[in-house]
Design a protein around this ligand. Structure first.
Ligand code: GAL
Length: 395
């Protein structure tokens, strides 16, 4: 048995706090859907988005809970003489695209930035917040990802002009995010407001005050184990900032994009579920393998993510290549993830005591979909390189 460093052991199987069960705003649980960026990046077209919507239905993803179809950067065209934003030639008719997505029982997401330009250099919302919010509402938009980008450059310039004093630039950013948050609210349409600013100035502290339901906590993910695991494990101290209606966002999923092993993608999906992260698939939904589907649509993993308690997992241990994560679930259950970041199979053991659990528990292995019986004392798992064991414990 490995000796484990006990970081915290505050889990109890019974007596979960039910006072927070009231749904709040347009994202009572972490939003689920798809976003165009991770796979299509700047090449995305109207046809790609329609085909993602089609596949979301035909693959069963919609019925598994994935509803948002989000167009990321590079849809933007020019503003007209009245300042109204139009889409570019890749997206001939945004209202028609929104109608198509809605006709499938799905929701429509879009992307912009608080600065004058988006990250890909397209027209953004600076000085046009109310006008853009109205335009989006008119197109039937249900979700806005608002990406700092060129405003970050404006902030850095301001910092330089003020000898490194960050007060003004911090205020400029908050004001800009609040302006769009207020503008979205003023449309009267429930629109999920997702901040993308990579965690600058501890966004998790002030995100709710600008009207956001979620905020990126990190710089971009990519389709590599190294990047994914760095981001996933890096969320350890943020659990108290997530809760009903407001979520930490460790970035979109890479499952199905092909550069990680099946075990690594299972670790990715398990960690994101334990973290109560938004589950936004980032692959080409029209070309999914059986394995991609089985990872993205594992109902029990999704249920851990979407659990109505709305609690983000805590990392309860970190010792060398092993970490253990625990997420209290409704019904007095606890989801436990054991993560092996080493380069070989490892036998990992945690004592229930170390997890803060007294007495015996029933153990369900989520990925194996198997009840393992009652355990009293220790939880053991044989975990492959870069893999995970995901359990639900109940009394
Ligand atoms: C980045 C963002 C990505 C993607 C990209 C588009 O800043 O983190 O998720 O939206 O911009 O240009």
């Amino acid at each position: 048995m490995k000796t484990l460093l006990l970081v915290t052991a505050s889990l109890v199987l019974a007596g979960a706090n039910t006072s927070k069960l009231v749904a709040q705003g347009p994202a009572p649980t972490p939003p689920m859907g798809w976003n165009s960026w991770n796979h299509f990046a700047g090449k995305v077209t109207d046809a790609d988005v329609r085909s993602a919507a089609d596949a979301m239905v035909s693959s069963g993803m919609r019925d598994a809970g994935y509803v948002y179809v989000n167009v990321d950067d590079t849809w933007e065209g020019k503003r007209d003489a009245q300042g109204v934003i139009h889409s570019n030639e890749k997206f001939p008719d945004m209202k028609a695209l929104g109608d198509y997505i809605h006709s499938k029982g799905l929701k429509f997401g879009i992307y912009s930035s608080p600065g004058p330009k988006t990250c890909a250099g397209y027209e953004a919302s600076y000085g046009h917040e109310e006008q853009d919010a109205k335009t989006y509402a008119g197109w039937g938009v249900d979700y806005l990802k608002y990406d700092l980008c060129s405003m970050h450059t404006m902030m850095q310039k301001l910092d330089e002009e003020h000898n490194g004093d960050h007060t003004l630039s911090h205020k400029m950013m908050l004001d800009a995010y609040k302006k769009m948050g207020d503008a979205l609210k003023a449309t009267g349409r429930p629109i999920v407001y997702s901040l993308c600013q990579y965690g600058v100035d501890d966004v998790w502290v002030w995100g709710p005050s600008v009207g956001a339901q979620l905020w990126r906590t990190t710089d971009d993910i990519d389709d590599s184990y190294g990047r994914m695991i760095t981001i996933g494990l890096g969320q350890a101290d943020l659990n108290s900032y997530a809760g009903h209606g407001h979520w930490n966002d460790p970035d979109m999923l890479e499952v199905g994009n092909g550069k990680m092993s099946t075990d690594e993608y299972k670790t990715h999906m398990s960690l994101w579920a334990l973290l109560a992260a938004p589950l936004l698939a980032g692959n080409d939904l029209s070309k999914m393998s059986y394995t991609d589907k089985s990872i993205l649509m594992n109902r029990e993993v999704i249920a851990i993510d979407q659990d109505k308690l709305g609690v983000q997992a805590k990392r309860v241990y970190q010792h060398g290549d092993f970490s253990a994560w625990a997420k209290p679930l409704s019904g007095g259950r606890v989801a436990v993830g054991l993560v092996n970041t080493s380069w070989s199979f490892r036998d990992l053991t945690v004592t229930l005591k170390e997890l803060g659990i007294t007495g015996s528990v029933k153990v369900h292995d989520v990925w194996a979909n198997k009840d393992l019986g009652t355990v009293n004392g220790t939880l053991n798992a044989h975990i492959p390189k870069h893999g995970v064991a995901l359990f639900v414990l109940s009394k």
